[in-house]
Design a protein around this ligand. Structure first.
Ligand SMILES: NCc1[nH]cc(CCC(=O)O)c1CC(=O)O
Length: 361
């Protein structure tokens, strides 16, 4: 061994020169058109970063994709969309898994970690309709399709005369049901529609004041085994610090409020530049009674004295801690402001049904 070998190379089994960049990476993905688009997007970004690496997709069907007839909340919640992908990671059949971050449970199983959160696309909800240009234009009794308790509660609260009906399936299936006339309008995430080249179907973007998004809506998350520090290092350049901070605040809020039962829950964080390179992280949170008759909303913010970026690890960790604390603060405010009895009631309802996580879309 030469004397020039750096010390850290001696302590780590994966840091020899041959593994400075990957030679082959396999990405596990669901097989919906949206999931494949997202996995392909990550594949291309990794390919550009590591031109000599062979980057491949491994398509898989999850239980969440198979169960189309029942509310997902009743059959096991968010975890259903990622379980099979995690099995592939654990078995070594894939190195990483690409998810819509909003579908990823707030608490991962201990063997797994979120290796990177990518830059967020449009986080807002969108109205799709062949006949109406806005929610306000829909006549009394019109049927609006969504299976998201979050969307349903917010729409019912503002437009009590509308009828909300469940709508499941992938994006193309949902649009086909609208086009068959089963609904007068449907609500979907703008990000998904844009990714699939369906932006022209959007009649109105719902402002966040009207429909506060789901935690991490519009962001992609990449998961790998916790022990695969090599993968985590290779993925680090894809990490978007601003999105990561916002999503961390939103997910911290959801972890506190949504973990135990099925409840309409929304959280949306924004990072605003302030003077002299500083930034303000603002988090808005919402909990509603399932029928939308009462809605609790709170917001809070924290000042960061530098704009979030990754290179300075100590500063970055402090920012992450601040984002997490902000999420906890808004969650506590929601509980104090009237969310506690709503969560209590939903826990009781869940005890008579099956345990689940908060709603998927
Ligand atoms: N609920 C499923 C889901 N998961 C992620 C998206 C869209 C993309 C995103 O929010 O990142 C969708 C579709 C939708 O809610 O309309």
């Amino acid at each position: 061994m030469s004397f020039s070998t750096p010390l850290h190379a001696l302590s780590s089994p994966v840091s020899d020169a041959s593994q400075a960049s990957p030679s082959r990476l396999i990405i596990a993905t669901r097989e919906s058109r949206l999931a494949l688009w997202q996995a392909e997007h990550v594949r291309e970004r990794l390919q550009r970063l590591y031109p000599d690496c062979q980057v491949e997709l491994l398509g898989m069907t999850t239980r969440g994709d198979q169960i189309l007839d029942r509310s997902l909340a009743k059959v096991g919640g968010k975890g259903l969309f990622i379980k099979e992908l995690e099995v592939a990671l654990a078995a070594g059949a894939a190195d990483l898994a690409v998810h819509s971050l909003k579908d990823v449970p707030m608490q991962l199983e201990p063997d797994f970690s979120l290796a990177a959160i990518l830059e967020r696309a449009d986080p807002r909800d969108a109205l799709v309709s062949n006949d109406y240009a806005s929610l306000a234009e829909l006549p009394a009794g019109a049927i609006v399709g969504t299976s998201s308790m979050r969307r349903a509660a917010q729409i019912s609260h503002q437009f009590p005369a509308l009828r909300i009906e469940p709508l499941r399936g992938n994006l193309d299936t949902r649009l086909a049901k609208l086009d068959r006339g089963e609904y007068q309008a449907i609500v979907l995430a703008a990000a998904g529609l844009k990714r699939l080249g369906l932006a022209q179907r959007i009649r109105a973007i719902l402002p966040t004041e009207q429909s506060l998004p789901a935690p991490a809506q519009g962001a992609l998350g990449i998961e790998c085994l916790r022990q695969r520090t090599d993968i985590q290092r290779w993925l680090a350049p894809l990490q978007d610090p601003q999105t990561t901070l916002c999503a961390s605040a939103e997910r911290a809020l959801a972890r506190l409020l949504g973990g135990s039962c099925q409840v309409p829950l929304a959280a949306y964080a924004q990072l605003l530049p302030q003077g002299q390179g500083s930034a303000k992280l603002i988090l808005r949170g919402l909990v509603a009674a399932p029928t939308g008759q009462s809605i609790i909303q709170e917001q809070a913010s924290v000042m960061l004295d530098t704009w979030p970026c990754l290179p300075d690890q100590a500063v970055w960790q402090a920012h992450l801690t601040a984002a997490d604390a902000l999420g906890q603060r808004v969650a506590a405010a929601l509980l104090a402001g009237g969310a506690a009895p709503i969560l209590e009631a939903c826990l009781q309802a869940d005890n008579t049904a099956q345990p689940s996580a908060s709603s998927i879309p």
